[in-house]
Each structure stands twice: as C-alpha cells, then as structure tokens.
Write a protein that binds this ligand. Structure first.
Ligand SMILES: NC(=O)c1ccc[n+]([C@@H]2O[C@H](COP(=O)([O-])OP(=O)(O)OC[C@H]3O[C@@H](n4cnc5c(N)ncnc54)[C@H](O)[C@@H]3O)[C@@H](O)[C@H]2O)c1
Length: 426
C-alpha cells in the first residue's frame, strides 16, 4: 500500500511558499497542502490556486493557525528572516515537523536555541538549502566521494549575484538593510557556505573575512539623479539599474514582490513603481548590505577554502584542487565550454567532461533545487536519524556558524575560531 500523501500547512505565503505549494500540487501522490496563514488575503488566494485545493483552510497569521491546533504533518515556514525561530518552536511544540526557509535566524544565538528546542521536542526541521538538491552539486559530491581528484586540498567558490539581482534584493529589496534581516553572507550566501561545508565534509575550524558596501551609495549617484527613477533621471537610458527595466527585460523580478505581477497593465506597474521601494535610485537607498565580500576558511581535514561574493558578475563558479586532479565547474565553465563539470587528472592532463541533465525551467527554481527538495522531502522525513536529512537543521547549523563567524570577522578585522565563536554565542 502506498503511503497517503503527507499533509502540509504554511505560514508566510510569499514567494517561497508559493513555489513549494505549486511543486507540492504537482506531486499529489506525495503531498496535499491543507492550510495556510498570511495577513495578505491575495497571497492566501494565490496559495489556494497553486495548491489546487479549493478547501484550503486559511488564517490571518501564524498565531491564528497555531490556535487551531495541529492541522498537518509538516509546516512550511516562509516568513521573513527575523520571523523564523518563534513560529518554528511554536510549530514543534504542537507536534509539527518543519520545512524552514533559510536563514535559520538572523543571529547565531537563536540558531543554537532552535537546535536545542528541536532536540528537546524530538521534532525534525529541514532547512531549505535547496542547492543540496540540485543535480549539479549532487554530481560534484558524487565525483568527490568517488575520489576522482584524490584528496581535496583547496576549494575556491564564487557567487556573482548579478547587477540587477543585487539591486532588486540587496539594495532596494527585502534584504537591503542588514539590521532588519541578516548580513549578506547569511541572507544570500548561506547556500554557498552550506555547499562548501557539504563538499569539504569536515567541521570548519577558522574563518577570516573582508568586504564592504562600496558602490551602491550616494557617492556614486550620477549628477542630477533624482531619488526615484520614475522622477525622470538624466542617465536612465544607460543606467543598468533603471527601475523602468521592470517593465521590460527585468519584468520577471516583479513576480517576487508585486502580487498583481501577472495581471497589472504597464501603466499600473508604472504607478506602483512611483511609490514602491523598487522604484528608488540604487544610489539613494537606505541599504547597508555589502556588495563584495571574501571569506577564507580552514577545515579540520586541512582543506583550505576561499569564497567570494560579488555584485559585479553573475553565476556560481567552483574550482577544487586535489592530490590527483582538478575539478572546475559552474557558470564560467558552462559559458566557455558548454559543459557543466571538468575533471583534469594530474597524470594524464586529459579533461573529462560531465554534464548534468537539467529539466525545463530548472534555472528559475535554483537550478532545480526547489523541485529537488520537494521530490526528496517525504523521503528525508522517513530517515531514522533526523540529523541525517540532507539539509537537516543539525547540518545547517554548521554552515550558519561559518557565515555568522565570517560576518564577525569582517566587522572586527579578526580571524575567528569556530569553537570559540560557538561558545560565545551559546
Ligand atoms: N531557499 C532559498 O533559496 C530562498 C530564496 C529566497 C528567499 N528565501 C528566504 O525565504 C523567506 C521568505 O522569503 P520570501 O521572498 O518568500 O518573502 P515574502 O516577503 O515574499 O513572504 C513572506 C510572507 O510572510 C507573511 N507574513 C508576515 N507576517 C506573518 C505572520 N505573522 N503570519 C503569517 N505570515 C506572515 C508576509 O505577509 C509575506 O507574504 C525569507 O527568510 C528569505 O530569506 C529563501
């Protein structure tokens, strides 16, 4: 007898929960979304449609949903960064297992508090570190485990956020003011640090980090640029960040922040831009998120790694050097060769290419990670040991420690030892 579908409820019906609800509806043999909470009625309606469940029970907020008792087996939490820990603990106390959006919290003390609560309550928490569920990183993990480059010695990873993505999310958008959400190295790069931690497969010992917000500030505002692009900017035609691009080649971003993205006319979108935070000049915002940052890491297995986050390129790149060969992979390799992963053994120097089959639309879903996560979720929840889930809370705490320690290092100018960092934030 096949298992009955896992029942899902949701708190915070913004862009992430909408993605997971649509994916769940596409796998009716595994999932049924039965309840959702959000103060914005249009988002509840959107989840009702996407989940294909006309009988979806809806609530005006997390408290109202919790007051109704346990409504499903798993709760998806997709509220903003500062609102993850409290609903997660409330849900576990009611008996839910939880699918929790990253970051776990905006500070490391709370991350550890949540880990302790999950242990005390005996509940499972899967963190949406979706890159772990992509074919691309899964293949790299397999290749490393098969020893194709011998013992890993060094790893260099880069994340190019991209000009318009940086502007949309980290200058104008939800994660622009670090003090209200999480530092960039967590809000954007916890995925990358998590992948590095997974591939290196050992605890991190020491972290040092450098970086700043040096470009997206008033000092770089073009002469005569007004506070909003919609106020008539003299350099609009050549500015890569001109908000009018939301009406053209950057329209796809609207989906994540404008509820009527698919029905509004251009005039309605223009009117929205005149008042919305996404219509502001990128050089005249209240942003504090860095636009460049590097992290140096040393692991207990003596792997030395570097990570670079930059607003000024697009895509993820990876180079791993081992005792028997070199692995190169990511967007630059793909752009230059058409292949995903290159393995060059030291002895033959003959590169072997590995390609990952991607399904249509995968890039939009974090290279297939969103779908990959939902495909695995019901299986992960059956693993005997919750810590063994591929992106378990326990595993994610490790990569969050690296990120928060990196931010401490960037701000203090000091190298941070992870064991000391954990103790200080316990
Ligand atoms: N895994 C990933 O790759 C990934 C990608 C983007 C964002 N995120 C993370 O996912 C989270 C959600 O991001 P998003 O872009 O979907 O945010 P969003 O702003 O689109 O959605 C958040 C929703 O929470 C709702 N909300 C606020 N208070 C609530 C309450 N008390 N009860 C119920 N709902 C409430 C808001 O009305 C909103 O609809 C963030 O923490 C973000 O950092 C993860």
């Amino acid at each position: 007898m096949p298992n009955p579908p896992l029942t899902l409820a949701a708190v915070g019906c913004g862009s992430r929960v909408q993605v997971y609800s649509a994916l769940a509806a596409a796998m009716p043999e595994h999932y049924r979304v039965v309840a959702a909470a959000d103060p914005i009625p249009a988002r509840l309606e959107r989840v009702r449609q996407l989940s294909k469940n006309p009988a979806l029970r809806t609530f005006a907020g997390d408290r109202e949903l919790f007051a109704a008792g346990k409504l499903a087996e798993v709760l998806m939490i997709g509220t903003q960064d500062p609102d993850h820990v409290a609903p997660c603990i409330a849900a576990m106390e009611l008996g839910y297992d939880v699918l929790l959006e990253k970051p776990i919290s905006t500070n490391f003390h709370e991350v550890q508090r949540l880990e302790a609560a999950a242990a005390r309550l005996g509940r499972r928490v899967l963190i949406c570190h979706v890159l772990r569920y992509t074919g691309f990183y899964s293949r790299i993990k397999e290749l490393l485990e098969a020893g194709v480059i011998g013992t890993v010695a060094t790893l260099n990873a880069t994340e190019g956020v991209g000009l318009f993505h940086q502007a949309h999310s980290f200058v104008r958008g939800h994660w622009a003011v670090t003090e209200r959400c999480s530092p960039m190295i967590i809000s954007k790069c916890c995925h990358d640090l998590d992948i590095i931690s997974w591939l290196v497969d050992a605890p991190c010992e020491t972290v040092a980090s450098f970086g700043s917000l040096a470009h997206f500030n008033a000092a770089h505002a073009p002469p005569g640029a007004p506070a909003r692009c919609t106020d008539g900017c003299p350099v609009a035609a050549t500015c890569p960040y001109d908000a009018h691009r939301y009406l053209g080649d950057q329209r796809a971003w609207l989906r994540w922040v404008f509820d009527r993205y698919d029905t509004a006319t251009d005039d309605e979108i223009k009117a929205w831009l005149t008042a919305s935070q996404w219509g502001r000049c990128v050089y005249r915002c209240d942003n504090t998120a860095v636009d460049r940052q590097t992290v140096n890491l040393e692991f207990t297995n003596r792997v030395a790694a570097t990570f670079t986050m930059t607003a000024f390129s697009e895509g993820r790149d990876l180079e791993i050097r081992g005792t028997r060969g070199v692995l190169q992979a990511g967007d630059a390799v793909k752009r230059l060769t058409g292949h995903d992963i290159a393995i060059t053994p030291h002895d033959t120097r003959q590169t072997v290419w590995h390609d990952v089959v991607t399904r249509e639309g995968e890039f939009n879903g974090h290279w297939g990670g969103d779908a990959g996560l939902m495909e695995r979720l019901h299986l992960e929840l059956q693993l005997p040991n919750p810590a063994d889930m591929r992106s378990s809370l326990q595993r994610s705490v490790e990569s969050h420690a690296i990120g928060f320690a990196a931010e401490e290092s960037r701000l203090s100018g000091q190298t941070v030892r992870l064991d000391d960092f954990r103790r200080r934030h316990a």
